[in-house]
Design a protein around this ligand. Structure first.
Ligand code: FES
Length: 107
């Protein structure tokens, strides 16, 4: 299992355990995390799974997928260099303990 902590816009933290291979978006939806919608189901067509990777995890999470940058342009909240589509972050053992921050709005 991989531990992921979601930090809501108001600072509330929720930690969950997800399966390796799951995405940060899917793990959030499966655990009723407010702030991640995942409208398109993870096919990189919506940007309602926008998150900000915690600074300490940026390197381990790695860069954006092909096309992710374009889709992020449609995100409802400010896009920063730490912005990612959480459906494109697959959980591996290396990401155990991952922290992501959630934007104010997804829609
Ligand atoms: S769930 Fe739609 S782009 Fe990530």
């Amino acid at each position: 299992m991989v531990k992921v902590t979601y930090v809501a816009h108001d600072g509330t933290q929720t930690a969950i355990e997800a399966d390796e291979g799951d995405s940060v978006m899917h793990a959030a939806v499966a655990n009723d995390i407010d702030g991640i919608v995942g409208e398109c189901g993870g096919s990189m067509m919506c940007a309602t799974c926008h998150c900000y990777v915690d600074e300490a995890w940026e390197e381990r999470v790695g860069g954006r997928a092909d096309g992710e940058e374009d889709m992020l342009e449609g995100a409802a909240s400010e896009v920063t260099e730490r912005s990612r589509l959480s459906c494109q972050i697959k959980l591996t053992g290396d990401l155990d303990g991952l922290v992501v921050h959630l934007p104010e709005d997804q829609i």
